[in-house]
Design a protein around this ligand. Sequence first.
Ligand code: PLP
Length: 365
Amino acid sequence: MIPFLDLVRQHDSINDELLAALRGVLSSSRFVLGPEGQALEAELAARCGARHGVGVGSGTDALRLALAALGIGPGDEVVTPAFSFVASASTVLMAGATPVFADVDPATLALDPDAFERALTPRTRAVVVVHLYGHPAPIDRLAAIARARGIAVVEDAAQAIGATWDGRPVGGWGDVACLSFYPTKNLGACGDGGMLVTNRDDVAEHVRRLRHHGDSGRYHHVELGYCSRLDDMQAALLRVKLRRLEGWTEARRRLAARYRERLAGLPLGLPAEHPRARHIYHLFTVRHPQRDALAKALADLGVGTAVHYPLPVPGQPLFGDRDERRYPEAWRASREVLSLPCFPELSDAEADEVAKAVRTALERL
Ligand SMILES: Cc1ncc(COP(=O)(O)O)c(C=O)c1O
């Protein structure tokens, strides 16, 4: 059996360092807003080409607090892609604003700049740009459209830490970017965690307040805030992993190249990698019109797969828009996408087994 993802392999390989990091936090007993969290904030901000990092409880909270810090609320519209993880849109609802969906580019599944322009109204205040699967969206063009109209750009880089567009890391292009440390992410915590990175001093200061009860100093609560901080245990673990991240990303890229070679010529859509992009293969997602049958055949052959995602965001019961003509590319993607095993500890031999199984499964369809 080849699993879709095996985090045990990762944690076994660095077990001693992880335990030493946890022991360090226990010795200092500074668990919340302590030195590990601060160090991680500085390290990740630098990686993303941003001045500030603000650790929060999850990637979802990073998005929610980013929108709040940008002053977005009731009456405002936020454009968000029709194909993503639900949090790219549900956080707009949490902010009290209205999500306006726009369709995605069929090749990269990133927000389509033309669809974005068509979704704009006088009430649009922000756009959420998702770097889906680890492939950067055309952030220069999307940001230029937004800036020309005074609209804030929120990068949802939950899946894309380390990805670049024109050689520049994602996370430093917009007004603010959101990272997720959900355990399965390329930089995953051992629990929930997230971070917001930004070049804007005002946004960083505001989110530092919002994550900590709206506190402007010691027990001076100037606005309604939340309790959403990245704790130092998670930060210490993440700092151990961060030292490995570039090597892990290269391992993912090598696996992706191997899959491309071995799957070439099959009746199967392979993930696009735009010439200006560095894809970090959080997911290696192929496409096939008989996706469910392919997944079943692969399971029978002992290969784990996953579907990201089985419904476009507006089609989720939460939003309840079943009109497929409005977002045809998102609907088509939701029926065709299938993610293959792609994690740094997957061996070349296992990747070859997966590719062989895909070939066999396609013949059986
Ligand atoms: C694109 C995207 N946005 C936002 C999130 C939310 O992150 P979290 O799970 O850390 O809340 C995730 C991941 O789960 C995601 O994949």
